[in-house]
Design a binder for this molecule. Structure first.
Ligand code: FES
Ligand code: FES
Length: 337
C-alpha cells in the first residue's frame, strides 16, 4: 500500500503505477494530461513538494509521504487569475498543454512574483505547445504575476460578443483548468481500449506483419491492420497518407501505424502490442526538406517530394532592387515546425 497526499487529501493505492496513471485513472484528475507518456511534452506537469515534476515519470512507490498538487488543488483566486490572464492573452487554442503550463507558471510565481520574460521562458522550458505559440503564453504568465503582485481584481466577463469588443474564447476556462473533455478523458461503461503499433524505423519496408500470437492473448479483443480499413488514405491537401502501412509498403516516419490493437484492459495493451511480429527492411531515412529535394532522393510520396510549386510575382523586383538604397543579402531559416 502506498500513501501520498494529493491536493491536501491523503490517498492510497495498492498498485505501484506511474503517478500520471494514478492521478488520471484512479483519482480522475483530468487536468493532468497524457501527451507523450515519456517525459517529453510537459502536459502532465504537477507539483511534488512544491517542485514541478512530469507525472508520467515517477512511480507512486517513490512518492510515499510526498505532497502532490494538480490544477484541481489551486485556490479559487489562483484559478481565477490564470483563467483570466491566459484567456485575455489569447494563449489557449486546443488547450491540451495549458494545465501543464499553468503548473509551471505557478512553480515560478510561488517563488518570484516579479519575473522577467527570460525567467518565464525558463519556467516553461519543459512544456511543449503545438498550437498557440509561446509568446502569448509568456504574456499570460507575466500578466498573472502582475495580478498576484498588485492583488488586482478580476474584471467581469464580457457577456455579449459584438464588433469592436475583445471577446474571450467561450471554452477558455475549461481548457485552462483541464475540466473540458478530450477523447482521453472519456469513460464509458464497458469500454475497451486501443493502441497503435507504430513503425520502429522512420523509413523501412514492411515485409510481414504477424498478429497470430497477439490475437491469442486472452485479453485481446481485436487487431486491425491495413487489410481491415476500407478508406486506406487520408490527407489535408492530397489524400496520399496511409491510415496504416500494409505489408509490402514503406514507412515515411517513425509514427506510421502498422496495426491497431483493442483489449479489454488498458494495462494489457503494451503486452499485446509486443506480441505482434514485424519483419522490416530498414532503409536510409530522409530527414530534412533540403535532402528531399535532391535529385537522388528517394520518393517519399509517389507523385514526388514537392507538394506544390507556386510562383508569386508582385511589381518589378529587379528594378526595385536596382533602385533600393540598401540591399541586404542573407540566408534566412524558419524553424522546422
Ligand atoms: S505526458 Fe508526461 S511529459 Fe508528456
Ligand atoms: S494550446 Fe494546443 S498544444 Fe498548446
Amino acid at each position: 500500500m502506498f500513501t501520498l497526499t494529493v491536493n491536501g487529501k491523503c490517498v492510497e493505492t495498492q498498485k505501484d503505477q506511474k503517478l500520471l496513471t494514478f492521478l488520471r485513472d484512479d483519482l480522475r484528475l483530468t487536468s493532468v494530461k497524457d501527451g507523450c507518456s515519456e517525459g517529453a511534452c510537459g502536459a502532465c506537469m504537477v507539483l511534488i513538494d512544491g517542485k514541478k515534476v512530469k507525472a508520467c515519470i515517477p512511480k507512486v512507490s517513490t512518492l510515499t509521504g510526498k505532497s502532490i498538487v494538480t490544477l484541481e488543488g489551486l485556490s479559487e483566486r489562483e484559478r481565477a487569475v490564470y483563467v483570466h490572464c491566459f484567456a485575455e492573452a489569447g494563449a489557449v487554442q486546443c488547450g491540451y498543454c495549458i494545465p501543464g503550463m499553468v503548473i509551471s507558471a505557478k512553480s515560478l510565481l510561488d517563488n518570484n512574483l516579479n519575473p522577467n520574460r527570460d525567467q518565464v521562458k525558463q519556467a516553461i522550458k519543459g512544456n511543449l505547445c503545438r498550437c498557440t505559440g509561446y509568446v502569448k503564453i509568456e504574456e499570460a504568465i507575466l500578466n498573472a504575476a502582475h495580478y498576484f503582485r498588485d492583488n488586482l481584481p478580476i474584471p467581469p466577463r464580457e457577456r455579449q460578443a459584438s464588433l469592436n469588443i475583445r471577446f474571450k474564447r467561450v471554452d477558455a476556462e475549461e481548457k485552462i483548468l483541464g475540466t473540458g473533455e478530450f477523447v482521453d478523458d472519456i469513460i464509458v461503461p464497458g469500454m475497451i481500449y486501443a493502441k497503435a503499433l507504430r513503425s520502429k524505423y522512420p523509413r523501412a519496408v514492411i515485409n510481414r506483419i504477424d498478429i497470430s500470437k497477439a490475437l491469442a492473448h486472452l485479453d485481446c479483443v481485436r487487431i486491425l491492420t491495413e487489410k481491415d480499413v476500407p478508406n486506406k488514405k487520408v490527407g489535408h491537401l492530397v489524400m496520399d497518407w496511409d491510415v496504416m502501412i500494409p505489408e509490402g509498403g514503406t514507412t515515411r516516419y517513425i509514427g506510421d501505424a502498422l496495426a491497431l490493437v483493442a483489449t479489454n484492459h488498458k494495462e494489457t495493451l503494451d503486452e499485446v502490442l509486443s506480441l505482434i511480429e514485424v519483419d522490416y527492411t530498414e532503409l536510409t531515412p530522409v530527414t530534412c526538406p533540403t535532402d528531399a529535394l535532391k535529385a537522388e532522393a528517394p520518393l517519399i510520396h509517389e507523385q514526388g517530394n514537392i507538394l506544390r510549386k507556386e510562383v508569386l510575382r508582385r511589381g518589378n523586383v529587379d528594378e526595385a532592387l536596382k533602385n533600393a538604397k540598401y540591399v541586404v543579402t542573407r540566408k534566412y531559416r524558419t524553424p522546422f515546425t
